[in-house]
Design a protein around this ligand. Sequence first.
Ligand SMILES: *Cc1c(COP(=O)(O)O)cnc(C)c1O
Length: 473
Amino acid sequence: MLDNPLAPPWLIRPGDANALESPLWPATAQRTPSGELAIGGVSASRLAADYGTPLYVVDEADARARAARTREAFVSAFAAHGSSATVYYASKALLTTEVARWMVEAGLRLDVASGGELAVALAAGVDPALLGLHGNNKSLAEIDRAVAAGVGTIVLDSLEEVERVADAAQRHDRTQSVRLRINSGVHAHTHEYLATAREDQKFGIPLADASDAVGAIRARPSLRFLGLHSHIGSQIFRLDGFLEAARRLLAVHAELLAGGDVPELNLGGGFGIAYVVGDAPPAIEDIATGLAEAVAGVCRELSIPMPAVAVEPGRTIVGPAGVTLYEVGTTKDVAVALDDGGSAVRRYVSVDGGMSDNARPALYGADYSVRLASRSSAVDPVLVRLAGKHCESGDIVVQADWLPGDVAAGDLVAVPATGAYCFSLASNYNYLVRPAVVAVRDGTARTLVRRETEHDLLRRDTGYNPIDQGVSE
Ligand SMILES: *Cc1c(COP(=O)(O)O)cnc(C)c1O
């Protein structure tokens, strides 16, 4: 019997376990004539030999194209209703100086959520006017630095921040544009959304307090109020949660118009991508059109002018453009008892990384997929679990997928859709060095962030003397 009762119901045994299914893989991913995976025209074995594994590989052309396509989708969808749209790239998804420049070159602005992210964006040479600063607990130093640098907008997350940012702007003799983050009571998951009076979470201020907060903003001449902001969650496939949040925000937005200008509405990010076969996220054009129609409809009902709209996607822009390469070490067939008294075998394929380079399965129970990368194989597929090398049984990269049954030590495997929230969430657990990030394009690879060395691991340790210890670079 070739099927395996341990496979989750959605995981169909593939006819061809070498196939690179759309839309999981970057645009330029393909099999070479010899059967290897290549991305951006560079083979997996070449990348592994030059940069080591694990390795984050980013399809540069794909990331740039997704950024441009997202901007175009929102600009044209809102132009069709006589309005305009601004797209911010949520940089926490994947931020290096070079990625920041790709986004700006594609016409996007950039959201940062900490002093560190701000520092990277500034180091990239991004015009500070294109930056938005987020965060529910910005330090006074972060606020001061952002205002001094001239960031375009700051998203205020609490009443205290109204005064903190106003004071900083006054000190620097600037008028700081601000948005106000609202806790809309709408929280969306992939398949449903939850709407309450106030969601039990740390971000934003309740809708009911928005009017007072905006009054406080308008009372400070050093602040310029742009509009309300809402971000309802991540990896969302359905539009209804966004529409409900927009409806709630626009009702308050309409009331605020009585007291002055409200030029904008920011609907956040959180659009979903495919991680496994069967995931069918909507096209970005359909998201943009759906949001534009809904905002236009509500504005007609409320008899208010349509505001300019801003959105902040991260995952949809870089997630599908990235792939992680690993080398297989050990494989084990583990017999698993079934409820019906029988048993089945799960093959554990262990790789040279794990939760330190991809925390999402351990953190959120996220699902991923895997394919052989250094070769193809016609051997019948077996159900595998791709495990890492950390000292945790929850250190799993891919819960379940099918790989050719001859998968063995020394093979390279590739996990798609790792462009977002993998490098960003990486750690040095077990003192593993963090992988390099390379961009591939037109047959060449370039380092965006080099691989760490043991020296990097030890350099903050005050007992470390690099002169007399044999640490490898
Ligand atoms: C994380 C975040 C985003 C981006 O979310 P994605 O799921 O990557 O699109 C946008 N806005 C805010 C406020 C966020 O915290």
